[in-house]
Ligand binder design. Structure first.
Ligand code: ADP
Ligand code: DP6
Ligand code: CO
Length: 323
C-alpha cells in the first residue's frame, strides 16, 4: 500500500492534440507551471481478495466505465511488476474535478506514483512521467515542480517531461478565477481529438507551439514575467481558436470567461501587468509578478467575489510514501 501527493500544473504553452491515442504521444511539446494550491492525494492497495479494481474519488465509488482510465494505468503497473491482484484506489482531489483546472494532471501523476510504489516498483522520475502520461497527457508534467516541459518524443520511450526550472527563483504567481467548477461537457480528450481531426488551423498550431517553446524558455532564463505572460496568453488564445474552428465548432468559454479577460486587459491598460490563460473549461488563470497581487485581487474580487479567487505560488514535485 502506498500514497502519493501530486500537484496540478497549468500549461503556459498548451498540449492540444495526440499523435497516438493509446500511448498518448502528443502532436507538440508543451510547458507548464506546477501549482502549490491544487493537488491530488491517492492511496493504492493491491489486494488479492478483490475481484475487480475499486476506485473512489472523494469517497464516491466510480462505475466500471468511469474507472476505465485508472484501470488502464493499473494494468500497465501489473504488467511491469508481475502483480496479478486488483487494487483499491482512494483519491482525494484538492482541485475541482473536470472543470479545466487540470484535475487529470494531478490525479494521474498521483496514481502513477502510488500504484508503482504499492506494486514494489522503484521507477525513476522519467519512467514515472512516462507512466503518468498513459493516464492523461498533462499528468506527464505533474511529476515535477516549478516550470516543466514535456518533450513530445516519437514513442513510449521518448515522450516524457523534464524540469526547466524546479525551484522558481523569481516572483511569478498564478491566480485561479473560479467562474464555474462544474464538470465540463466536452472532455479534454474528445475536444483535442476533434480539433486535430477537423480544424483547418491545426498545422499552423504546430508551428505556433514550436516557436512559443523557444521563446518561453528564453523568457524563463531571463526571468521575464511579462514576456512569459504574453507568450502564454497568445498561446492560449490560439489553442482556443482550434475549438472555434473545429467542425462542429465549440468553446470552453462562457460569458464570465470573457468578462475576466476584459478585466485583465483593463488592468494592463492601467499599468498593472497581468496576463490570462484558459484550459479546457471556463475558468481563467492570471499570471503576474506577485508585487501586483493586491491590485489584481482587489479588482477581480469586485467582479466575481473574493471567495472565487485562489492565489497560488509555484508548487513542488510528486511525493510518494509507503503506508
Ligand atoms: P481536467 O480539466 O480536470 O483535467 P479532464 O477532462 O482532462 O479535466 O479530466 C477529467 C477526468 O479525469 C475525470 O472525468 C476523471 O475521469 C479523471 N479524474 C479526475 N480526477 C481523478 C482522480 N482523482 N482519480 C482518477 N481519475 C480522475
Ligand atoms: C488544455 O491532459 O487533460 O489543459 O491527455 O486526453 O487526458 P488527456 O488530456 P489532458 O489535456 C490537457 C489540455 C490542456 C492543456 C495542457 O494541460 O497542456
Ligand atoms: Co485534464
Amino acid at each position: 500500500m502506498a500514497t502519493a501527493k501530486a500537484h496540478t500544473n497549468i500549461a503556459l504553452v498548451k498540449y492540444w492534440g495526440k499523435k497516438d491515442q493509446d500511448l498518448i504521444i502528443p502532436q507538440t511539446d508543451s510547458l507548464s507551471l506546477t501549482l502549490n494550491e491544487f493537488y491530488t492525494t491517492t492511496t493504492v492497495n493491491f489486494d488479492n481478495h478483490l475481484t475487480s479494481d475499486l476506485v473512489a474519488i472523494d469517497q464516491h465509488i466510480l462505475s466500471k466505465k468511469e474507472a476505465q482510465k485508472v484501470a488502464h494505468v493499473l494494468d500497465i503497473v501489473r504488467q511491469l511488476s508481475g502483480i496479478k491482484s486488483f487494487a483499491r484506489v482512494d483519491s482525494i482531489n484538492h482541485v475541482p474535478t473536470a472543470a479545466g483546472l487540470a484535475s487529470s494532471a494531478s490525479a494521474f501523476a498521483a496514481l502513477a506514483g502510488a500504484a508503482s510504489v504499492a506494486a514494489g516498483l522503484n521507477l525513476s522520475s522519467r519512467d514515472l512521467s512516462r507512466l503518468a502520461r498513459r493516464g492523461s497527457g498533462s499528468a506527464t508534467r505533474s511529476i515535477y515542480g516549478g516550470l516543466v516541459e514535456w518533450q513530445k518524443g516519437t514513442d513510449d520511450d521518448s515522450s516524457f517531461a523534464q524540469p526547466v526550472l524546479e525551484n522558481v527563483d523569481f516572483p511569478i504567481e498564478m491566480l485561479a478565477v473560479l467562474v464555474d467548477t462544474k464538470k465540463k461537457k466536452v472532455s479534454s480528450r474528445s475536444g483535442m481529438q476533434s480539433s486535430v481531426e477537423t480544424s483547418p488551423y491545426y498545422d499552423a498550431w504546430r508551428q505556433v507551439v514550436a516557436n512559443d517553446m523557444v521563446a518561453i524558455k528564453k523568457a524563463i532564463k531571463a526571468k521575464d514575467i511579462d514576456q512569459i505572460g504574453h507568450i502564454a496568453e497568445e498561446n492560449a488564445l490560439r489553442m482556443h481558436a482550434l475549438t472555434f474552428s473545429a467542425d462542429p465548432g465549440f468553446t470552453y468559454f462562457n460569458g464570465e470567461t470573457l468578462t475576466i479577460i476584459k478585466a485583465v486587459e483593463d488592468l494592463r491598460n492601467q499599468g498593472v501587468n497581468c496576463y490570462y490563460t484558459m484550459d479546457a473549461g471556463p475558468n481563467v488563470k492570471v499570471i503576474y509578478d506577485r508585487g501586483n497581487r493586491n491590485k489584481i485581487v482587489e479588482e477581480l474580487s469586485n467582479i466575481v467575489g473574493p471567495e472565487r479567487l485562489v492565489v497560488s505560488q509555484p508548487g513542488p514535485g510528486i511525493k510518494i510514501w509507503n503506508e
